[in-house]
Design a protein around this ligand. Structure first.
Ligand code: GDP
Length: 296
């Protein structure tokens, strides 16, 4: 179920509840079951959905609500709050400060959109007057450096990498040192991915992270990953200190649930979403407006 459909299903469930003459236990349960079904179809992890359902039931205790209380409004508000809670880990991510050098490391599986997203992130900040730079520490995928170089050149962003060096840690350290000397305030390190969550990938990530001491590690996730999102995100979080999530390919037939699951697994907020292949198809992400839109 794609995001728009998820929103539609939830809205319909709320509408049906609103149409009922009396809001009793059955009407509430029907509404919650409908929402649960929609969330599960959107690949939100089962445990999250179950927790949400029981939290809403705790908030909306029909027996305790005296007549005259607007039950519909209270239920709608509880659903809104719980959906927001799923997407909001409760603490903001580290936010780089302009003119103060920050190192931001990107991690994610191959094909997730990591390299594209690194450039989008750099470009977004460059437009706001930052001095970003890109370091290609992906020595695993042939062509990774060329891709980053091409993107960086197009966006006129300084970059660093090597065709010869095979040690990603060495390249990452050299790149970060160089751009610190050049007074760049946002040094972005693109790391290598693999098709699967392999031990070698996580070891390499750990080493690059230890050597470059990033201020922020961003986990990049393809929104179409579905039910695998929770485990994948958790595996990355266990290896490096993921502090934020960027969900890519939200323009496609993405199941939105993956994003919710990634937030829960990493306890980190989604900070941006990718909405296309182009450099400027990149949006900041805020929970409340997103959920409001989702609910129509
Ligand atoms: P990496 O292997 O993780 O570095 O992935 P890439 O950056 O090479 O991206 C893989 C593919 O996904 C490329 O064809 C990108 O153009 C595409 N891509 C990345 N982000 C988005 C997005 O937000 N929307 C769409 N439609 N495609 C994207």
């Amino acid at each position: 179920m794609v995001l728009a459909e998820l929103g539609g299903s939830i809205s319909r469930a709320l509408q049906q509840m609103s149409n009922a003459t009396i809001i009793d236990e059955k009407v509430l349960n029907d509404c919650l079951n409908e929402i649960t079904r929609a969330l599960l179809q959107s690949d939100v992890q089962f445990k999250l959905v179950r927790d949400m359902q029981s939290n809403i039931k705790k908030i909306v205790n029909l027996d305790d609500l005296a007549a005259g209380h607007n039950k519909r409004k209270i239920i709608q508000q509880a659903i809104f709050t719980e959906l927001c809670k799923m997407l909001d880990p409760g603490k903001p991510s580290f936010t780089p400060k302009k003119s103060k050098p920050s190192v931001v490391m990107f991690v994610g599986l191959q094909g997730s959109g990591k390299t594209t997203t690194c450039t989008k992130y750099a470009f977004y900040h460059q437009k706001k007057g930052w001095k970003p730079a890109l370091v290609c520490a992906d020595t695993f995928r042939a062509g990774a450096f060329d891709q980053l170089k091409q993107n960086a050149t197009k966006a006129k962003i300084p970059f660093y990498g090597s065709y010869m060096e095979s040690d990603p840690v060495k390249i990452a350290v050299e790149g970060v040192e160089r751009f610190k000397k050049e007074n760049c305030d946002l040094i972005i390190v693109d790391t290598s991915g693999r098709h699967k969550q392999e031990a070698a990938l996580f070891e390499e990530m750990r080493q690059v992270s230890e050597a470059t001491k990033p201020d922020l590690v961003i986990f990049v996730m393809d929104s179409s990953i579905g039910q695998a999102a929770f485990d994948q995100a958790q595996a990355f979080k266990q290896s490096v200190a993921v502090g934020a999530v960027i969900v890519t390919k939200m323009d496609g037939h993405a199941k939105g649930g993956g994003a919710l699951s990634a937030v829960a697994a990493t306890k980190s907020p989604v900070i941006f979403i990718g909405t296309g292949e182009h450099m400027d198809e990149f949006e900041t992400f805020d929970v409340k407006p997103f959920v409001s839109r989702l609910l129509g």
